[in-house]
Write a protein that binds this ligand. Structure first.
Ligand SMILES: O=C(O)CCC(=O)C(=O)O
Length: 357
């Protein structure tokens, strides 16, 4: 019999209740199960960000954004020790006693720093196999007082990581702008007050990984995501209708463009479906940094990319409207509301069960 637990965090259900079967609210309908045997082990482009030939970097990133929506970067400027420390404090945080982690527990989406589980426990019918700590990270001075103080080095190491990753985010947005033939400051200039958030995801070992997902298929609602993952595989990216597993490469970041770049690029770049799968034996940590506009920033296709031959695929909208729609509808969101009448593409609003079927 599947267990129902009163514990708030999944990691505590797993470790205290020693479950052999996953609770029924984690079991996905057959059409949404991960079909792990069909996942292909392939890769996404690996790009040296500081190759002395900058035009080559711009071209490779443009190509990766068009073909995959995802790429990996090496030589990215974030020191190895900063990465190691960040992964270590994330592990240490999730190893704290239950009562310590629960001090920051909240299911209130308006709370900026919080520990929670799944995606949005308030409105979802099927739970996802993950716990997370979400923290806002820019400007650091406005938020650092909310961050955990345990492990004791958390604030120092996380602040160092966030500062370094922000430099990388700004550089990537410049290169992506240039790769679209836009001024290098174009994307940064559209975001209003910049927002940077980080999630520390913990996916506990799962006794029935075929029945559930760490995070189901989704695209990212932001501008770009910079993902750090530990040595345990779990990220799957959709390519030509198949899921490919992106296995970890130490000291690299995985970058994906989000929905807002799809809109600004007028559909030239696609914000691609991805998901996190879980495994039987090992817990996994991933740390995405999401870079996004302020809620009043107006998003829409760059005027330079709209022509008679390529009319605007999206209407303008305030980023805040988009953000609310995604959180309220769950990961099963779509661009419909923001599509212009010229946009007949159904790539933008796939049924998230499609990638599974
Ligand atoms: O854990 C991963 O590899 C993916 C995380 C992710 O997609 C997210 O947090 O939105």
């Amino acid at each position: 019999m599947a267990v129902t637990s009163k514990r708030l965090l999944l990691s505590d259900i797993v470790s205290f209740d020693k479950i052999k079967e996953i609770p029924s609210n984690y079991i996905r309908p057959i059409s949404q199960r991960p079909n792990l045997q069909d996942v292909v082990h392939d890769s996404i482009p690996l790009i040296d960000l500081h190759d002395p030939n900058r035009q080559h970097v711009i071209d490779q990133i443009g190509q990766a954004c068009r073909d995959h929506g995802f790429f990996q970067v090496t030589n990215h400027g974030v020191p190895e020790s900063t990465i190691t420390n960040m992964l270590q404090i994330a592990r240490d945080f999730f190893n704290l006693p239950e009562e310590e982690r629960l001090k920051l527990y909240s299911d209130d989406l308006n709370k900026t720093t919080r520990v929670s589980t799944s995606f949005n426990v308030k409105n979802e019918k099927i739970a996802s196999w993950r716990d997370f700590l979400g923290i806002p990270c820019y400007p650091i001075e406005d938020y650092i007082h909310e961050w955990p103080t345990n492990p004791p080095s958390f604030r120092d190491h996380a602040a160092e990581y966030c500062r370094s990753v922000r430099v990388l985010a700004l550089e990537l947005m410049e290169v992506i702008s240039e790769s679209l033939g836009l001024d290098k400051d174009y994307i940064c200039g559209q975001l209003g007050k910049h927002c940077q958030q980080m999630a520390l995801n913990y996916y506990p070992p799962c006794p029935q990984p075929d029945l559930t997902c760490g995070l189901p298929a989704h695209t990212d609602m932001y501008v770009i995501t910079i993902l750090l993952q530990d040595e345990v595989p779990g990220l799957n990216v959709m390519k030509n209708g198949r899921w490919i597993a992106v296995d970890p490469v130490p000291n690299t970041f995985i970058i994906n463009i989000g929905d807002q770049v799809q809109v600004m690029s007028n559909g030239k770049y696609k914000s691609v479906w991805h998901r996190a799968v879980v495994n039987r034996d090992k817990g996994r940590i991933s740390i995405p940094t999401f870079y996004s506009p302020s809620s009043d920033a107006v998003m829409g296709p760059a005027p330079q990319l709209v022509t008679d031959d390529e009319p605007a695929l999206y209407n303008q909208f305030a980023y805040g409207e988009y953000y609310d729609k995604v959180w309220n509808n769950g990961l099963d969101k779509s661009f419909d509301t923001f599509m212009s009448e010229t946009n007949n593409s159904n790539d933008d609003a796939p049924n998230p069960s499609q990638p599974f079927s």
